[in-house]
Design a protein around this ligand. Sequence first.
Ligand code: SF4
Ligand code: SF4
Length: 261
Amino acid sequence: MVVESIPQPVGFIYGFLAFVTLIGLWYSGRFTRRRAMPFLIASAFFGFLIFAPVFPYQLQLVVLGDTVALGSPVPMALGALLTFVVLALIVGRIICGQVCPAGAVQELMYLLPVKKHNRAGSRIPVAVRAGVFVVFIAASLGLSVNLLALIGLSDFFHLAAMSASFFVFLAIVLLSATIYRPFCRYICPYGALLAPAASKALYQLRRTDACIDCGKCERACPTGAADPAAGLGECYLCGRCTEVCPVEGALVYKRREKKIT
Ligand code: SF4
Ligand code: SF4
């Protein structure tokens, strides 16, 4: 369905505006999952319409040095991708939360009312993703293999149902109805860069003195990141924890220096 006549920068302009708006919602304390829903839908839509801003695929093209598919010089695309990694050091994984179409599609699938299978807090997804990242780099630089094309990231959004790889990514998307963001947590090479940055982010979700230790946020979190002992690298800023918190001001998005937990 991707409409090639629409320039990809349109998708990146949307992505930037969504990113800024979401920062504003979190910073002002007005982020809710209901308010985030239009961004999830719009991001998924832009993925199918323009195939942008699909950040992991841009990273794949940068590593392959594919300027034709990128539509821009490699240094420019690399600079933009690294800028968002640096921004994750300040605001966390807002890009992953509701802006990246690959993440948005999985987040929407996870809303389906089917039984969930998550091992929240397990380090296995992070370890697997780190291994995949090494394979991704080796395959790209050593063999010029487009790993993300092989697993169908591009074919899925292009609705190229004649291709076998389309069904690989379709299977991942279907899996995301029951397992939270399998592509993001086990595979995404861009997520592998964003996660360590987000774990050190200046602004993070933190508990305050108002917390009554009811544990509702931890039970609602599909990744285990709501546990104060866990790092926030796997926090996708989905808003499930803040939605279930029964005490006003107990769980807030704020500067790291002020953390109390
Ligand atoms: S982890 Fe990767 S695929 Fe998932 S939302 Fe972030 S950039 Fe997109
Ligand atoms: S529920 Fe977990 S992943 Fe979602 S915002 Fe809260 S800590 Fe982050």
